[in-house]
Design a protein around this ligand. Structure first.
Ligand code: IMP
Ligand code: MG
Length: 330
């Protein structure tokens, strides 16, 4: 098999949906697989000029590509069925295209009730943490145990390692490196593996990886309870221009300048081969070109051109960089 992986290098919401949608249009892929997270994710996708927000369903459905929710994921079945209905009512055909790996775990009513009382992390209250905790405590509910899911269930091994036709699969992540359970700012993290390594857990042999598409914004946003935004007025402006409000919960996203050290680290750890830097149109409108480092030292780079050059100089040679200036495409 061949695997291309999309990974968010920041705190989610960097434009993975857009990258997945763009890559899938090529018709090169036999499968699209979501590899982590649950309906805490909100992927904004523009398809034929119309805006869609998906939570569980991988972007393959927009182009007729078989779409699988992988074993690294947790699933809320109400949301799953509702999302299929909503997509179909708008002409995005899901029948016979959407599947769930047998080993994916179910988010139960108990998980939702427990997460709804979270005060500490600022979760999306979608039951993620409790569902993954029960998975690892070996008392979770696997998709394969739910009779009414039968027509959706697949064995991911048989799908990806089929001797008759080689699978070329695009692995679509959720959340991001800064929210990863191991690499993020613990405990202000999500409960899954949001990295390339997390994608591998869904049945990819290491030598099958072809491209790793890292996605970042040219500034940063974070949703949750830690203090992230410094008080500068400019960040309110970026929030407004960039429409930085959660696609899942509607919460205002805290904004800050691009942390170049985090970007570099995330690109290295995830083995990025292609980097998409999104939302250049937003910073252009605000017209402030600033980056920061891990010590919160601010570097003014003055112009868009110098910003591009600075990012290129920091990211290792051999990584192809795309500066994206539209919510519709790379
Ligand atoms: P949880 O994943 O709902 O448990 O939330 C843990 C942290 O991850 C919180 O700070 C959430 O706001 C954040 N989070 C979870 N999913 C996303 C996402 O898709 N985009 C951005 N932040 C997210
Ligand atoms: Mg999102």
């Amino acid at each position: 098999m061949i695997a291309d992986i999309i990974v968010d290098l920041q705190y989610g919401d960097s434009g993975k949906g857009k990258v997945a949608h763009t890559l899938l249009e090529s018709g090169d892929y036999t499968h699209c697989v979501r590899y982590n997270g649950g309906c805490n994710a909100g992927h904004t996708i523009y398809h034929k000029g119309e805006k869609f927000v998906t939570h569980h369903i991988p972007a393959g459905v927009f182009w007729g590509v078989k779409s699988i929710i992988g074993p690294g994921c947790v699933v809320n079945l109400d949301t799953f069925y509702r999302e299929i209905k909503a997509l179909e009512s708008r002409g995005v055909f899901c029948e016979g295209l959407v599947f769930i790996a047998k080993g994916a775990h179910i988010i139960t009513a108990t998980h939702l009730a427990e997460d709804s009382t979270d005060q500490k992390i600022g979760t999306t209250k979608r039951g993620n943490g409790p569902a993954y905790r029960d998975k690892y405590a070996r008392k979770g509910v696997r998709a394969e145990t739910i009779p009414h899911l039968e027509k959706y269930l697949v064995d991911i091994y048989e799908e990806l390692h089929n001797e008759e036709h080689e699978a070329v699969a695009l692995f679509e992540g959720a959340q991001g490196f800064g929210l990863d359970i191991d690499w993020g700012d613990y405990p202000y993290v999500t409960s899954s593996h949001c990295t390339t390594a997390g994608a591998m857990l869904n049945g990819i042999p290491p030598k099958a990886v072809r491209h790793v598409w890292g996605v970042a914004k040219c500034y940063e946003t974070y949703v949750g309870n830690k203090e992230f935004e410094t008080s500068a007025q400019i960040f309110s402006q970026i929030r407004d221009v960039g429409e930085e409000y959660g696609a899942t919960t509607g919460r205002a996203r805290q904004c800050n300048w691009l942390n170049i050290d985090l970007l570099k680290k995330a690109a290295i750890i995830n083995g990025v081969t292609n980097l998409v830097v999104s939302k250049m149109d937003v910073l252009r409108q605000v017209d402030e070109w600033v980056v920061r480092d891990d010590n919160d030292t601010i570097h003014r780079v003055h112009s868009e051109d110098m910003f591009r050059r600075f990012v290129k100089s920091q990211i290792s040679e051999g990584i192809a960089i795309y500066f994206s200036e539209s919510p519709h495409t790379i």
